[in-house]
Design a protein around this ligand. Structure first.
Ligand SMILES: Cc1cc2nc3c(=O)[nH]c(=O)nc-3n(C[C@H](O)[C@H](O)[C@H](O)COP(=O)(O)OP(=O)(O)OC[C@H]3O[C@@H](n4cnc5c(N)ncnc54)[C@H](O)[C@@H]3O)c2cc1C
Length: 452
């Protein structure tokens, strides 16, 4: 039993690092794979340094205790689920960005750094950390590395592996291993970095990583969306886009079942009858040209609806079908760019009031893991030990008010008039003639911008 030898570990670590409170342990039992069985950890360890991880791995190895690594628990395969009696090592408190080297275009970060936080940190230097899994606002870099997470931008920039230069890993016996380096041309010897990426915590605990950055795009991406009456026509469009040489930074495909699952989850007025939906972006300076080519490919392939835009607000509406949480961190657009103010204010606004930040802050304050997405069965369960002190924890997830600034006004030309008008709290209130009209119906109308 882990409890008989736990005192030995507790004595070697600062107070509070080892947790045995059954209610807290319960909230760390599982990730977001609801259908995968989860055990109960014997203890939870929340280290703040690589040395503390090494101490616990030495202890676990000596006593034959099973270890499960955990980032934010946003995984969808049960990889972070507890095994009965295990030591759960949650890296959530190791969230230091150790270095951002602008001239080398790299960052050295600890495993518990949240993906979106890294994105925002490097954006200040005009740089981009490309991997952007849908869970970018909640998942950790350690978890992204351990699962080799992809994301919407992987069509252009590759998956997490592509952006990984080196790792700091604690092995099962407590030794600390450094793999890779800081340069792209790091060719001598076996590529242990690539071995650890995607190994789901089975080979060691990743405590830090050296990550490759890219110059950030200087203009907002151009975006298109298209729906198709058949899967074959959507497939033909994607093949034509690839063959056209147009450079997509995002190219996402949703089939009929997925469209309807998203629509069930949050009503956006997606076309429930469409056989497929394709979303794309191009983030190069000549992005609009690339998007125009991609949109034309969709038209030629038989799409029954195609729309494209360069406006970030419209783009967010389109992309919301794939990423309900909002856009990943992007750089503030250059001064004078027409989207500059809007974008800065949205990033700032979303940090201030978005639901993830609020709930994360609350969960961290009460010692719960920053894992599960609000409003889901998983999160409600994992919050169970704290719900009494947080009356909203069990309530349905409410989408946040969009935090775009309100100076302009959108007017639909169609008689089925729709308006986005300024509302209190620096958001936009949507005024609809039809109660559930949110997405396609809106986009199908031609919007014009007036400055009234
Ligand atoms: C809404 C939503 C959207 C998502 N979208 C995507 C997507 O677009 N692309 C995608 O690939 N995935 C996606 N995922 C899945 C998930 O978010 C990713 O797999 C993510 O990388 C997991 O990170 P995490 O910090 O939550 O790790 P966890 O879920 O805590 O752990 C995942 C695995 O990594 C191991 N692990 C965690 N940290 C470490 C570490 N420091 N060292 C060693 N092993 C470790 C765990 O043991 C486990 O096996 C999505 C999930 C959700 C909920």
């Amino acid at each position: 039993m882990i409890s008989t030898v736990l005192d030995e570990l507790t004595e070697q670590l600062p107070a509070g690092v080892v947790v045995v409170d059954p209610e807290i342990l319960d909230s760390y039992r599982r990730d977001r794979a609801d259908l995968v069985a989860a055990g109960t950890p014997g203890a939870l360890m929340r280290p703040t340094s690589t040395a503390e991880v090494a101490t616990s791995m030495r202890w676990a190895s000596h006593h034959g205790v099973t270890v499960v690594a955990r980032g934010a628990g946003s995984g969808l395969s049960g990889g972070a689920n507890a095994i009965d009696g295990c030591l759960m090592i949650s890296l959530e408190r190791m969230r230091r960005v150790r270095e951002i080297a602008v001239s080398d275009q790299l960052a050295v970060v600890e495993a518990g750094v949240i993906n979106a936080d890294l994105g925002r940190a490097v954006a200040k230097h005009g740089l981009l950390y490309p991997p952007d899994p849908g869970s970018f606002e909640i998942s950790t870099i350690g978890g992204n590395l351990a699962t080799n997470a992809g994301g919407m931008r992987c069509v252009k920039y590759g998956v997490t592996r592509t952006s990984t230069l080196g790792l700091e890993v604690v092995l099962a016996d407590g030794r600390v291993l450094h793999t890779g380096g800081r340069s792209i041309k790091n060719v001598a010897g076996l590529d242990l970095t690539q071995l650890f990426v995607g190994s789901e915590g089975t080979l060691g605990i990743i405590t830090a990583a050296t990550l490759r950055l890219q110059p950030a795009p200087t203009t907002p991406p151009a975006t298109f969306v298209a729906t198709f009456p058949t899967l074959a026509s959507a497939g033909a469009a994607l093949a034509a886009i690839t063959a056209s040489g147009a450079s997509a930074s995002v190219l996402e495909f949703m089939d009929h079942a997925t469209i309807n699952a998203v629509e069930d989850h949050q009503r956006m007025d997606l076309d429930r009858n469409a056989a497929a939906l394709v979303l794309g972006q191009a983030d190069a300076t000549d992005g609009p040209t690339h998007v125009a080519v991609m949109a034309e490919c969709c038209n030629q392939a038989g799409a029954d609806f195609v729309a494209h835009t360069q406006d970030p607000t419209e783009a967010d509406l389109m992309m919301a079908a794939r990423r309900p949480g909002g856009s990943p961190a992007s750089p503030p657009w250059p001064k004078g760019h027409r989207s500059s103010r809007m974008w800065r204010s949205r990033v700032h606004g979303s940090r201030k009031c978005c639901w993830q930040s609020k709930r994360l802050a609350r969960r961290q304050a009460c010692g719960s893991p920053p894992s599960a997405m609000p409003g889901t069965a998983t999160s409600t369960r994992s919050l169970c030990c704290r719900t009494s002190s947080h009356p909203t924890a069990n309530s349905r997830w409410q989408r946040p008010t969009r935090s775009v600034p309100p100076p302009s006004r959108w007017v639909a030309r169609s008689p089925e008039s729709m308006e986005l008008v300024p509302s209190r709290g620096n958001g936009l209130r949507i005024s609809w003639t039809k109660p559930h009209s949110r997405y396609m119906r809106t986009l199908k109308q031609r919007w014009t911008r007036s400055t009234c």
